[in-house]
Ligand binder design. Structure first.
Ligand code: AP5
Ligand code: ZN
Length: 215
């Protein structure tokens, strides 16, 4: 089962992707998390990506596409994958299609989690994350112990790009560059829409129900 998660910043891709892949044996590939790790480790990729991420812009295709397609082609993804944060523009979607065609595999669905812009700033300003990428919200999805990750007890922090002005930039980049993917996948009969304003558990239940029909 090969799936992609689509949606604006703060829609809940990470929240739902984590849940979906903890109950299904699917390789979970989170582009933003891979890039944030590279920034933290100060790798060549990280040094190149940092400025774009801090500005809320997309990291250039030539840095991202090869990196993610390598994961798609990997042994770990041979039983299926969930891509979170990729593709993010038409060029990336076309490269993904070409890679899957070469592998003789199909995309089974593009799951769009929809949330209006006005809700997003509220979501992202209350977001807290652990270094390993688990996602919480101080109000809507709090950890068991305040400020600590449920799984490993590490400190929760705010992401550098969750400042109001960067959030607005990420939203405008989403509308200009990523939203065209909605019709791209609609035309291919792959798009499934979910109302992301519902509670975390409700969205999860709707996703699970749809995913069970896609096999
Ligand atoms: P990325 O990390 O992908 O950020 P994003 O798309 O902006 O998405 P977010 O991670 O902010 O939101 P999310 O949808 O995962 O929501 P979450 O579950 O955390 O990308 C970051 C940067 O990396 C980009 O700006 C770009 O520079 C670069 N990049 C990444 N991919 C790239 C690519 N393919 N090409 C080029 N550059 C790329 O939830 C948000 C908050 O809401 C949390 O606090 C959560 O607890 C809460 N919440 C979730 N669901 C609900 C709910 N139903 N009700 C109430 N609260 C909820
Ligand atoms: Zn995310």
């Amino acid at each position: 089962l090969n799936l992609i998660l689509l949606g604006p910043p703060g829609a809940g891709k990470g929240t739902q992707g984590e849940r979906l892949t903890s109950s299904e044996p699917l390789e979970y590939v989170v582009t933003g998390q891979i890039l944030r790790e590279a920034v933290r480790e100060g790798t060549e990729l990280g040094l190149k990506a940092k400025g774009f991420m801090d500005a809320g812009e997309l990291v250039p295709d030539e840095l991202v596409i090869g990196l993610i397609l390598e994961r798609v082609r990997s042994e770990a993804a041979s039983d299926g994958f969930v891509l979170d944060g990729f593709p993010r523009n038409i060029a990336q979607a076309e490269e993904l299609d070409a890679a899957l065609k070469e592998l003789g595999r199909d995309l089974n669905g593009a799951l769009l989690i929809d949330v209006p812009d006005e809700e997003i700033v509220r979501r992202l300003s209350g977001r807290r994350v652990s270094q390993s990428g688990r996602v919480y919200h101080v109000e809507f999805d709090p950890p068991k112990v305040e400020g600590k990750d449920d799984v490993d007890g590490s400190d929760l922090i705010q992401r550098d790009d969750d400042k109001p002005e960067t959030i607005r930039k990420r939203l405008s980049v989403y509308h200009a560059q990523t939203e065209p993917l909605v019709s791209y996948y609609e035309e291919r009969g792959l798009l499934h829409r979910f109302d992301g304003t519902q509670g975390v558990d409700e969205v999860a239940a709707h996703l699970r129900k749809t995913v069970s029909t896609l096999r």
